[in-house]
Design a protein around this ligand. Structure first.
Ligand SMILES: Nc1nc2c(ncn2[C@@H]2O[C@H](COP(=O)(O)OP(=O)(O)OP(=O)(O)O)[C@@H](O)[C@H]2O)c(=O)[nH]1
Length: 623
């Protein structure tokens, strides 16, 4: 069976966690709304601060005329064994206050920090813990006093504003209301009772506290109220005698004030029969017992809420990725796994499943043929140029049988035109591959959280692609040069055998008369026009044959050198480098987006708080 101390201490812990997590009881179901709290409610000067202070046993609340409490004060009382008494604020966790005058000042300053020096109010609570051997474990919330009219310097809506704010606290079904009414006023006019009746019609969570019993007119008493006849509540009324203003001025201390209060009831002719159920100490005990009861009823729903929140936090952690391992081996493994994930996506782009690979086919099927078609062989094999090359090739000598050198030079010159389209194919495929690397990195989900590694992989992959491009370029140029280095003699032999076959109709006509065989000697007429035309046309036919060959072999070379290599060894060098890297460098590679890291830290912190809260509750439940 849990003790009062452990149960309330536990709730105090959870409540502190809520405030730390920025949970001020806003919208939705929050822990704050499930946990019970005690709110002190009453009209201004009804004796609220006095009741709170006498329950605590210390003077520490800001006092003054007008509106002093402008933010809720969540006051957690912790009973300690040792004699030192101190206070701590959640907003200044490392600072221990032993001087309660300083506590009072800090409450005032912290109020101003949020609301400014104006008379505005805020619902963000100030969290104060008091550790003392003279208190019971209890959480109290001090709220601004209810007023009836706005005084000078206050906004017109202040009456309403305060009531609304107090309402947001006392409306919650788990809020235990300490409704303070002064005995020297008609109970029927009590602001506290009016509000309490409104939000808790059955009165099951309202504790009626009657202050200023000592200030009642001679000959009158409050027995009717205290015995529940004047206004019936589910819980018994508790009468209180706080220090008077004169006592405060004389610095009458709390301990003495309590003793005097006890004496007052014990010796009172009106209340003597109720003495054991009157006074600040009894009120504190009553509250503590009631809290225990309420908390015990709430434990299942508290655990359910905590579990739900833990599940949600875990799901979010899964979504953004778990924290990365700290040892080098595990980091290396993770990097390689991430690289493999990237590689898978990249291959899907090439082999199908994802778009992009088809663009390589486009290079071979459209770009290359179009570029080949555009080569300026018309101009190169114009009559004028053929004449020029052929004439220059043999110098001053007349050619005897055929212009062998002229042919060779013309063919060489023509073949060198193929270098352009060949290199352009290499480059085009290179850019497609580069773009696929970029896309694959962006599409690899696992890599999303690691911007540094993304850059590293991109750099390594692009370096490899450059290397493949160089290799590919050399290979295609070699293919072109090979065409120059040894001509297909058969082609010309066939020409000799069928002299007319390769001519187009207009050439045939032109050539019909004077020369029937191009290889016939024309020593007398070196520059015969139809003869030159015939040479140009023969070279053109040869080049067309070379062009067909290259149209087929360039794609083979490009795929072999670039595409196949990219699939096979895009990150091979990178793997080798990573394998030999120091642990620090590996950690740097796994650097994450700072925002994401912050978010994870936040979630982890919350998770830790909720898990420890659950452990605490479990421990108390099963004791
Ligand atoms: N004689 C006597 N005076 C009391 C009693 N309770 C409160 N007072 C006096 O009434 C005045 C107001 O008391 P507070 O405790 O400040 O009342 P409050 O509700 O906190 O008022 P605000 O802080 O102004 O909202 C102080 O001068 C107290 O000394 C009591 O039981 N008997």
């Amino acid at each position: 069976m849990a003790t009062v101390t452990s149960l309330i201490g536990l709730i105090n812990k959870i409540q502190r966690a809520c405030t730390l997590l920025g949970d001020h009881g806003g919208q939705g179901m929050s822990l704050w709304e499930i946990l019970p709290s005690v709110a002190v409610v009453g009209g201004q000067s009804s004796g609220k601060s006095s009741v709170l202070e006498s329950v605590v046993g210390r003077d520490f609340l800001p006092r003054g005329s007008g509106i002093v409490t402008r933010r809720p004060l969540v006051l957690q009382l912790h009973k300690t064994e040792s004699g030192t008494e101190y206070a701590e604020f959640l907003h200044a966790p490392k600072k221990r206050f032993t001087d309660f005058v300083a506590v009072r000042k800090e409450i005032a300053d912290e109020t101003d920090r949020i609301t400014g020096k104006t008379k505005q109010i805020s619902n963000i609570p100030i969290h104060l813990s008091i550790y003392s051997p003279n208190v019971v474990n209890l959480t109290l919330i001090d709220l601004p006093g209810l007023t009836k009219v706005a005084v000078e310097g206050q906004s017109e809506t202040i009456v309403e504003d305060i009531e609304n704010m107090v309402r947001t606290y006392v409306e919650k079904p788990n809020c235990i209301i300490l409704a303070i009414s002064p005995a020297n006023q008609d109970i029927a006019t009590s602001d506290a009772i009016k509000l309490a009746r409104d939000v808790d019609p059955s009165g099951e969570r309202t504790f009626g506290v009657l202050t200023k019993l000592d200030l009642m007119d001679k000959g009158t008493n409050a027995v009717d109220v205290l015995e529940g006849r004047a206004y019936r509540l589910q819980h018994p009324w508790v009468g209180i005698v706080n220090r008077s203003q004169a006592d405060i001025n004389k610095n009458v201390d709390m301990i003495l004030a309590r003793r005097k209060e006890r004496e007052y009831f014990e010796t009172s002719p009106d209340y003597g029969h109720l003495a054991s159920r009157m006074g600040s100490e009894y009120l504190a005990k009553l509250l503590s017992e009631h809290l225990e009861l309420v908390i015990r009823q709430r434990i299942p729903s508290i655990i359910a809420l905590i579990n739900k929140t833990i599940d949600e936090l875990n799901a979010e952690l899964d979504r953004i990725g778990r924290p990365i391992a700290t040892d080098g081996g595990a980091q290396l493994y993770m990097i390689l796994e991430l690289c493999r994930a990237f590689d898978r996506v990249f291959k899907e782009h090439l082999d199908g499943g994802r778009p992009g690979g088809d663009r390589i086919f486009g290079v071979f099927d459209n770009q290359l043929p179009a570029a080949l078609k555009k080569l300026p062989f018309d101009r190169y094999l114009s009559l004028k140029n053929v004449q020029k090359v052929v004439t220059e090739a043999d110098g001053y000598q007349p050619h005897l049988i055929a212009p062998e050198q002229g042919y060779r030079r013309l063919i060489d010159g023509a073949i060198s035109y193929f270098k352009g389209p060949a290199e352009a194919s290499v480059d085009a495929v290179h850019y497609v591959l580069k773009e696929l690397v970029r896309k694959s990195i962006a599409e690899t989900q696992e890599l999303k959280r690691f911007p540094s590694l993304q850059t590293d992989i991109a750099t390594a992959a692009n370096e490899s692609l450059e290397k493949f491009r160089d290799e590919s370029r050399k290979t295609v140029l070699r293919l072109v040069e090979m065409e120059s280095s040894y001509l297909t003699a058969d082609f010309f032999r066939k020409l000799n055998a069928e002299p007319e076959k390769n001519l187009n109709p207009s050439d045939k006509k032109k050539n019909a008369e004077p020369d029937k065989n191009p290889n016939q000697s024309h020593t007398g007429d070196r520059l015969n026009e139809s003869y030159l035309r015939r040479i140009g046309s023969n070279v053109n036919a040869y080049i067309a044959m070379v062009c067909d060959t290259l149209r087929n072999t360039i794609p083979k070379a490009v795929v072999y050198c670039q595409v196949k290599e990219a699939k096979r060894s895009l990150l091979t060098n990178f793997y080798a480098q990573v394998g030999s890297r120091e642990k620090e460098r590996l950690s740097a590679m796994l650097d994450e987006d700072p925002q994401l890291m912050d978010r994870r830290i936040q979630i982890a912190k919350r998770l830790e708080l909720y898990i420890s809260a659950r452990d605490d509750i479990d421990a108390v439940c099963w004791k």
